[in-house]
Design a protein around this ligand. Structure first.
Ligand code: ZN
Length: 131
């Protein structure tokens, strides 16, 4: 398993980690297989979405924040329930096919670390399985 750190600078933020994951795939030398990207946190997630227009990420964050506002009479005493809920909505891992030594992402797809309780330094785990 490979690991890398992601430093976030806002409370809610999507960080493009595609190049970091791709570098791990290239280093592995594996041409065909599966790549799992996993976040070992409860208030951050992983998603795949558009990498061209940054306003797409901003819209996703804005709408998630409308569905799950920061304050809404939550029971969890730590005060970050909204972050836990948003992280579960995104999920904690993504699987990406490796084909010809590259991530088989669509032209407009990027892999995003989704921060919901930043700023913090976070961890991302990557596991590559050869087929
Ligand atoms: Zn909490």
């Amino acid at each position: 398993m490979e690991k890398f750190a992601v430093k976030t600078s806002k409370q809610l933020e999507f960080v493009d980690i595609t190049s970091s994951v791709q570098a791990i795939v290239l280093k592995s030398g594996i041409l065909s297989g599966m790549c799992t990207v996993f976040v070992p946190h409860t208030t951050a997630g992983i998603t795949i979405n558009e990498n061209a227009d940054p306003s797409v990420r901003a819209d996703i964050i804005k709408e998630l924040d409308k569905i799950v506002p920061h304050d809404d009479g939550y029971a969890h005493a730590e005060g970050n329930s909204a972050a836990h809920i948003k992280a579960s909505m995104m999920g904690f891992s993504q699987n990406i096919i490796i084909d010809a030594g590259n991530l088989a992402l669509g032209t407009w797809q990027g892999i995003y670390f989704a921060e919901f309780d930043g700023p913090r330094t976070r961890k991302v785990f990557v596991k590559i399985i050869k087929d």
